[in-house]
Write a protein that binds this ligand. Structure first.
Ligand SMILES: [Zn+2]
Length: 118
């Protein structure tokens, strides 16, 4: 990143949060260091789409529930920037949906990536 010293970059990366935590609770508009973003599927690399906990406001739920990913696989490339739309559906009621828009910048397969909701 322009203007950052290596030491600052390392400090920033040391604050990396798990991808699941990022999806669940990081507010939009903040670039965050994240880990476990990439899911390896044989020769393919995809955006990891773990279950996430969200409040479900459907009448039969009205509480925090597990949501599962409900979309197609999202290919991801190392060293690229891209935007993704992750669609989730409540496991309990099967009705309530969440759409999470994320910008992801990948740097290496196993390292820390950058991500921001928008
Ligand atoms: Zn629900």
């Amino acid at each position: 990143m322009v203007g950052r010293t290596n030491a600052t970059q390392l400090e920033w990366e040391a604050q990396a949060i798990p991808w699941t935590t990022f999806l669940e609770s990081t507010p939009p508009g903040r670039m965050s260091p994240v880990e476990s973003v990439i899911e390896v599927d044989g020769p393919f690399l995809n955006v990891s789409t773990p279950d996430i906990r969200q409040f479900c406001d459907y009448p039969s739920c009205q509480c925090e529930q597990l949501f599962r990913y409900d979309g197609i696989r999202l290919p991801i490339s190392i060293g690229k920037k891209a935007d993704y739309l992750l669609t989730y559906i409540c496991r309990a009621c099967g009705v309530s949906r969440r759409a999470i828009k994320v910008h992801i910048e990948t740097h290496s397969l196993l390292g820390i990536q950058k991500a921001m909701k928008y």
